[in-house]
Design a protein around this ligand. Sequence first.
Ligand code: SAM
Length: 209
Amino acid sequence: MEQVSQKETQILLELLEKSLATPGDVVELGCYKGDTSILFQKLLQEKAPAKKLWLYDSFAGLPQKTKEDNSAAGDQFKEGELFVTKKEVITKFKKHNLKLPIIKKNFFENLNPALDLPEKIAFAFLDGDLYTSIKTSLKLVAPKIQKNGVIVVHDYNNPELPGVSHAVDEFISQAPSSRLSLSSSPSSSLPLLPQPDLQRRESLAILHC
Ligand SMILES: C[S@@+](CC[C@H](N)C(=O)[O-])C[C@H]1O[C@@H](n2cnc3c(N)ncnc32)[C@H](O)[C@@H]1O
């Protein structure tokens, strides 16, 4: 089944292209089979070959839900669902004759920001489906996102995955606080992010930094 609609893919590619002038690499947290990732890599190879693509997934499927994710409509999103192997993603890149991205197999919660993420991020696509996954993704990515960079979160308006909007809204409301340690990053303008900078298009939340 298609994870990201064609319209959303189009928006993602437009936003990625606009972010190319911003210093930093491109990350996707929750790459699954790599269907969107290969389009990101194709665009980068054509238009910004110096930028690296970093992909993250447990390659063990979804982690456990928390209460914020509860929704009868989203009953199918169970622990271990959306399992795919890292090898499948690598094979897909090879099949499309694309340069291999950096692929980190781990739960987001176990990633080391200093070692596992790029120092600077220009564009981030967060697609971890669940409250904790999105919250962790935002915490990992926000301090590294550069001025004029963009964070796009999938499933923001998806009633099957209410944890996503919960995590994004909470993040925005807490961004100016020191709890997220955003103020420790001189390059990040996120602590000053005003609410209107969150746009919604399709099921995407777009945070302009
Ligand atoms: C909807 S899929 C991603 C779809 C993909 N972005 C695309 O465009 O085709 C969600 C992925 O997030 C991964 N995921 C969710 N929460 C995670 C976590 N906390 N740590 C690691 N991977 C996680 C799942 O394993 C799954 O592969």
